[in-house]
Design a protein. Sequence first.
Length: 366
Amino acid sequence: MQFVEASLTGYRLKVSESGDDVETVASVGELETLRRIFPRLPRADAALLGPGDDAAIVAAPDGRFVVTTDMMIQGPDFRLAWSLPHELGWKAAASNLADVAAMGARPTALVVAIAAPLDTPVSVLEGIADGLRDACAAMAPGAGVVGGDLSTSSALTLAVTAFGDLEGRAAVLRSGARVGDEVAVAGRLGLAGAGVSLLYRDGSRDSDADGAREPDARLARAVRRDHPALVQAQVAPTSPISLGIVAALAGATAMLDVSDGLVLDASRIAAASGVTIAFSAELIEAEAETLRGIDAGVGRRAREFVLAGGEDHALLATFPAGAVPEGFRVIGSVAAAGEMPVTIGGEAYLHSGGWDPYADWDGNSG
C-alpha cells in the first residue's frame, strides 16, 4: 500500500495512509498507460494520421522536412530530485523545438519514446505528457506528438524526435556566416547555467558513502524559492522558437541553438563558416550584468555562465550588417578567420567549458 511522495522527490514510494495502491506502469501495463497518456498529448496540425497505427503520416507541403533528435537520461541530463515530471516533458520538447527553429523552420511534429523503471507511477508519465503539451502550446502552437514508444529501463529516459517545415525557405545553416556580418542572440544567456550551479551547490548534500554530492529534494525546494527564475531556466527553459522563422526571413546567414554554451556553439559557426566570431567585450559584460546581484556566487561567475553555461536554448545567428530583426540583440561581429575561432574584445577566448553530458557526473542518477 503506497503513495507517491510529494513534488521534487521523483517517484519515491511510501506507505499510504489511505491504503490505496499506487498505479505504476508495471501494474497497469502498456495499453492502459498509453490510453491515459494519449489524450494529454498535443495534437499536430500537420498530422494526416496521428498515434494509433504503426506509423504516423505528417504533411510535408514544402517537399522537404527538418528532423532532429535528442535524449534526456536520468543522471547526466536531469535529476528527479530537482525536476517535476511536467518540467521533464517541457524541457524535452523545448530542446528539440529549438533545434528545428535554429534551421529557420516551423516545428510541426514530435515523436516521443519513454523508457521508465517498472515502479514508475503512471502519474509521472501523465505529467511528462502534460509538459510536452504545454511546451508546444507556449512555444510552437500547432506542433504536436504524432507517435512514440514505451519501454522499461533502470533510469528514466526520454527520447524525442522533432520535425519542421521550411515553408519554401532555404534552411539556415551554420556554414553561411560572412565577414562583416553582425552576430546577434535571441533569448537569455547564462540563466540555465547559473540555475544548475545553484542546484549543485545548495540543492545537494554530501553523501555519507563516498563524499560525493547527491541531489536533495528538500534543499532543491529552498533553491527554487530563493531563485525561481534561475531554476526554471534550467529545468524548464523557454526558447524563442518563433524567432527562428523571423531570423530566416530577415536573411540570417548562419544560426544555431545555444545549448552547449555561447562560446562553444559560436565556435561551431566559426568552424563551419571558416570565420572568427568576434564578441564585443562591452556587450558580453551587459549580458553578464543581468545575473549580477542575484547571488554572490552567481555574480562572481556571471561572465562565465553567459559564455559557457549551456542549456539556455537561445538562438545565435549572424546577419548582414543592418539586417538584425526585432527580438535579436547584437553582441558581436564576424571577422576573417584567425588563430582562434572566438574572440572577446579582440582577445582569444581560451575557456574550454560548455555543456558536456559526460562531465561532472559521478554515476549517481539522483
